[in-house]
Write a protein that binds this ligand. Structure first.
Ligand code: UD1
Length: 361
């Protein structure tokens, strides 16, 4: 079975890396990698390919930045040509970024089957572009690979057939295990790590200021590391908020590579973030996480893991921060065990065998 695997943005690279590592071990499924170029800076893209040993993409669409419509349209136009040339049986998309939806639509209209890794997650918050991408991608997906049980329920509610939904666990955690081995022994420290890039947090001056104010308070007690997403960097400059961060206890930097960042957060005492992936990664390592959002599409990190939603108001963030205890009861969710890629490939092989039998008969 010939497949195209799509990756475009930083959170995609950590999901395709374990899949490709496993695909290399078998011969039933032939594959090619397509990089859309949604993320293009060295630190946002190439450094991940190098550290996670992802092979060079067979096709690079080089779409770059743009409005949502521009970016999505450019990906669709260029990806369509690749599909016509490669004639894949299946396109595999991951996550919830613009590249995910763009390539899913393109494939589906060419009658190519779509598999979605990390399907079924729902925040119900359509002001986030990622929620639009999730719901629309799943509306046309053929095979759903899910990370947590809430996703199975969501897909059932949307009328998806049970035999097309596969609870395989969290592929990003495969990569976490791989990364931790590379990083080697590290010592725990008391520092705090913050990341943020959501338009709702950084494009709105008031929200951004509220969050930064909380960071300044926390920095009175602990060292805070703040690797900045390009969007956040631009907005802080645009709103002239750089002065707020001139503080001996706040260490800002450009985005870090996967392993540099892993070394930093895995040894921290607390992570503050609006990232989807980091809510899950901190849960996997039982490190407390304050999510600066009002909702999450990953509820298992709240019910079982170490995550708490704190919104964006300074006082609310600080109230939760001050009450944080070292809770030993944090659980690692079911099947977040580093073997998700293997499970996905076994299922893909079954799909491949079944459809080739159907074609013969
Ligand atoms: C995208 C994803 C988001 C994901 C995030 C992780 C969508 C809708 N959003 O958001 O789900 O959590 O990636 O990082 O797909 N930029 C650079 N260099 C780069 C990439 C982007 O400078 O390598 C700049 C762009 O010019 C733009 C801004 O960063 O101004 C945002 O980039 P964009 O790809 O639009 O979305 P993200 O905010 O990164």
């Amino acid at each position: 079975m010939h497949t195209l695997i799509v990756a475009g943005a930083r959170p995609n690279f950590v999901k395709i890396a374990p899949l490709i590592r496993e695909l290399k071990k078998q011969r039933t499924i032939t594959w090619k990698l397509v990089h859309t170029g949604q993320h293009y800076d060295y630190q946002m893209s190439q450094s991940f390919f190098e550290e996670l040993e992802i092979p060079s993409p067979h096709h690079h669409l080089q779409v770059g930045s743009g409005s949502h419509a521009e970016q999505t349209a450019k990906i669709m136009m260029t990806f369509e040509k690749i599909c016509l040339e490669e004639k894949p049986r299946m396109v595999i998309v991951v996550g919830d970024v613009n590249s995910t939806i763009a390539c899913a639509i393109t494939a589906k209209k060419l009658h190519i089957e779509v598999a979605h890794i990390e399907a079924g997650l729902r925040s119900g918050d359509f002001s986030m572009p990622e929620e639009v991408n999730r719901v629309l991608t799943d509306a046309i997906t053929d095979y759903f690979f899910v990370t947590e049980k809430s996703a199975i329920e969501n897909l059932h509610k949307e009328g998806k057939k049970a035999q097309h939904i596969f609870f395989v666990g969290n592929i990003m955690i495969d990569n976490l295990h791989y990364g931790l081995q590379k990083v080697g022994n590290t010592t725990k420290d008391s520092h705090v790590v913050i990341t943020m890039h959501r338009p709702s947090n950084v494009d709105d001056k008031d929200n951004l200021q509220q969050i930064l104010q909380a960071i300044i308070e926390i920095a009175k007690q602990k060292k805070v590391y703040f690797p900045m997403h390009p969007r956040t960097q631009k907005k802080i400059e645009e709103f002239s908020l750089q002065k707020l961060l001139e503080n001996d206890n706040i260490m800002t930097s450009p985005p870090l590579s996967y392993l540099e960042f892993l070394r930093l957060w895995s040894t921290s005492s607390l992570v503050i973030t609006d990232s989807g992936g980091l809510q899950e990664e901190t849960t996997a390592l039982r490190i407390p996480c304050l999510t600066i959002r009002e909702n999450t599409e990953r509820p298992v990190t709240l019910t079982h893991g170490s995550n708490t939603l704190v919104g964006t108001a300074t006082q609310k963030i600080l109230d939760v921060y001050q009450k944080l205890e070292n809770n030993q009861n944090y659980q690692v969710p079911e099947l977040w065990d580093g073997k998700t890629a293997q499970r996905i490939i076994t299922i893909l092989q079954e799909i491949s065998a079944k459809t080739s039998l159907e074609r013969k008969s």
